[in-house]
Every structure is written in structure tokens, then in C-alpha cells.
Design a protein around this ligand. Structure first.
Ligand code: SAH
Ligand code: SF4
Length: 352
């Protein structure tokens, strides 16, 4: 099988060129075309001799993602893509762009890490569709490159600034490919996105959180908490039955002390389920004394479930209750609600 240029580190480019008896600086030139310029056409790599590109085409390929559908929100310019993979499976990738005079441009890409997801959270469209397979490193990085092209088309001279692993799938179940993708995305010679602008969101896999702590990467780790007691969390995030809250929180404390980085806890507010004053107090107690940020996300209602989003005034009260205890709280604005921006919804529509 041909090697996927989107899934290789600079070191692997060097190794390949050594195997092909080609010069090292040529490997660097190719790396820059692929990751800095997001080019997938050898004809456009004007500083590479044709002899070399012909030889390369025998050995290598690109991740081969194709845009099947593109939806642009009328509310906030959030753009959601349904991308097809070489084996015909589909995934979703979202671009969120914030432009404005005061704030510097921010172009955030939300990438998928698996086709479907085995965790099965009942409020999540991806979870409702089951799991098919892990994405390769190239398929993960390929999403960022597709979005880079979209940013360049829509905002000339601008680039993707942030990457969040919050699309379809559980990133820590695809640990090696996700970590390798992060290293490639971070390479200063390539896409060059700083570690601090990369976020991994996880449903809470304790052994993998422990492993990640050892890597000591200054990325942002986000934990999808959604409930502050085991009964409710077993229902909302079923992996909790395997890794209950005390184990999860203890891994989080270790993570914070070994990396020196705060953790973000995500909490989707679901009407009547986890949004009452007693829930806020329970959450306060759970996170007491931790270096934590809390992101409150009013649930993006997925058609077929009975779970509904909390009303705005309930969200505000909940946030206040947490803030009183000194927690850093943000209410994450809902993006692209008119285009089913909650990941998994678009693919699910197509699968049905
Ligand atoms: N599997 C990982 C990352 C992908 S989901 C995880 O669960 O963390 C990214 C975030 O979106 C998670 O916090 C998840 O709980 C949340 N999410 C999923 N479906 C949602 C919905 N319908 N409304 C609001 N948030 C949702
Ligand atoms: Fe999987 Fe995350 Fe969806 Fe849960 S919320 S089913 S872990 S993608």
C-alpha cells in the first residue's frame, strides 16, 4: 500500500527520502508543500524535479478526503463538512471562524477521530450511530488541511489557528493516531499550530489520561463530565461504569500536577436532568480545590432523543452557583444550530 503523506512526520519524510536515495532538503520541500501550503497536486510543487515527483507517485499518496456536502450556518458562519474517506465511510468536520476588529481572527477546526463512536452517550448523534473504525493519522490531519484550504478560500491570507478534537469519536480510543496527528499539526515547518491551541476532549478513559499525563504536552485537556454523581453519569456517559467519578477525578488531579495545566470540564445542560441547584452544588463539591475551568454547553437537541436543552435563565443560575465557589465558568455559545452542528447529526441523517 502507498504511504499517506498526510500521516507522516518530518522524520518519516527524511527516512523515506533516504530509502529512495534522494536528498534530505527535498524531503523538507515536500513536507512544506503538503502541510504549509496544503497542496495535493505534484504538478504544483514547482521546486521539485519532475523525475522526483514521478518516482514519489509510485510510493506515496494523500489521505484522499473528499467534500461530499458543505453546510454554512446563516446564524454565525459556522461551516460543517461531510467528508468521504477512501473506503466510502463518511465523517464530519466543522470550521468555526471568529473575525472582528477587536479580536484577532480565530479559525477553529473541529476534527473527528473515529467513524462513529462506541461510548454511546444517549444525547449524542455520533454515539447513537455505533462505531465503525478508527481514523488513520492521515485522515485526521487531512481534515485540518481541507479546512486550511477552506479558510484560505474564504479569508485570504488567514490560517487555521486552533484544532479541537471534538468531532465524531472518542480520541483517546485512537490514542496513537491522535498523538501522532498532534505532532504533525504542531510541526513549525508545517501547519504550525501551537500545542496550547490544540484541545483533546474525552469521555474519561482513565488509563489513557494517565498515559497522556506522562507525555507532558501543553495541550488543553477537556473532560466531558455532564454529571457529578455516578448514577446519573452512568446513564449520560456510559464509560463511567468502567471508570467511575472518583477514579476519573483522581486521574485528573494527577494530570494537573504532572503537567501543570488546568483541565476543562464540559457539562452539557439538559433540562430537568442535570441542571438544578442541587446538581450545581454537587458539581462544586466534586471540583473543589481543583485547577479547573467549567464549560457549560446548553444541549444541542438531537431529534430522536427525549433530552432537551435547559432554558437560558436556568443556564445563567447554574453558572452563577458555580462562580460563587470560585470556579472559572464559561457558557459556550451554541454554534451553527441551524446546520445540526452537534457532531454526528449530519452523518446520521445520511446513514438513515
Ligand atoms: N468523544 C469525545 C469528543 C467528541 S464529543 C467526548 O465525548 O468528549 C465533543 C463534546 O460534545 C463532548 O463534550 C460531548 O459530550 C459533547 N456533545 C455531544 N453531543 C452533544 C449534544 N447533542 N449537545 C451538546 N454537546 C454534545
Ligand atoms: Fe462518543 Fe463523545 Fe458522542 Fe459520547 S459524546 S458518544 S464519547 S462522541
Amino acid at each position: 500500500m502507498k504511504k499517506d503523506l498526510h500521516g507522516m512526520t518530518l522524520k518519516e519524510y527524511y527516512d523515506l527520502f533516504q530509502d529512495l536515495a534522494e536528498k534530505k532538503y527535498r524531503a523538507k520541500q515536500l513536507f512544506q508543500w503538503v502541510f504549509q501550503k496544503a497542496i495535493t497536486d505534484f504538478q504544483k510543487m514547482t521546486n521539485l524535479p519532475q523525475e522526483l515527483t514521478l518516482k514519489l507517485q509510485q510510493e506515496v499518496d494523500f489521505s484522499g478526503l473528499k467534500i461530499k456536502k458543505k453546510l454554512i450556518s446563516r446564524l454565525d458562519d459556522t461551516t460543517k463538512f461531510l467528508l468521504s474517506l477512501p473506503d466510502g465511510e463518511t465523517i464530519e468536520t466543522v470550521r468555526m471562524s471568529y473575525t472582528g476588529k477587536e479580536s484577532r481572527d480565530r479559525h477553529t477546526v473541529c476534527v473527528s477521530t473515529q467513524v462513529g463512536c462506541p461510548i454511546g452517550c444517549p444525547f449524542c448523534a455520533t454515539g447513537l450511530s455505533g462505531w465503525v473504525r478508527n481514523l488513520t493519522t492521515g485522515e485526521i490531519v487531512g481534515q485540518v488541511l481541507e479546512m486550511q484550504k477552506d479558510v484560505q478560500r474564504n479569508f485570504p491570507g488567514k490560517k487555521v489557528t486552533n484544532v479541537v478534537f471534538m468531532g465524531m469519536g472518542e480520541p483517546l480510543l485512537n490514542y496513537d493516531n491522535v498523538l501522532k496527528a498532534i505532532n504533525i499539526i504542531n510541526d513549525p515547518l508545517g501547519i504550525n499550530i501551537g500545542m496550547r491551541r490544540i484541545t483533546i476532549s474525552t469521555s474519561g478513559l482513565v488509563p489513557q489520561i494517565n498515559a497522556l499525563a506522562k507525555e507532558k504536552l501543553p495541550i488543553v485537556l477537556a473532560i466531558s463530565l455532564h454529571a457529578a454523581n455516578n448514577n446519573l453519569r452512568n446513564e449520560l456517559v456510559p464509560i463511567n461504569k468502567k471508570y467511575p467519578l472518583d477514579e476519573l477525578l483522581s486521574a485528573c488531579r494527577d494530570y494537573i500536577s504532572s503537567t501543570g495545566r488546568r483541565i476543562t470540564f464540559e457539562y452539557a445542560l439538559i433540562a430537568g436532568k442535570n441542571d438544578q441547584a442541587k446538581d450545581a452544588l454537587e458539581l462544586r463539591n466534586l471540583l473543589k480545590g481543583m485547577q479547573a475551568n467549567v464549560n457549560l454547553i446548553p444541549l444541542n437537541t438531537v431529534g430522536e432523543t427525549k433530552l432537551r436543552r435547559s432554558q437560558n435563565k436556568i443556564v445563567k443560575i447554574f453558572a452563577q452557583k458555580l462562580q460563587e465557589s470560585g470556579l472559572e465558568v464559561a457558557i459556550r455559545e451554541e454554534k451553527g444550530s441551524d446546520i445540526d452542528a452537534a457532531c454526528g447529526q449530519l452523518r446520521r441523517r445520511r446513514v438513515e
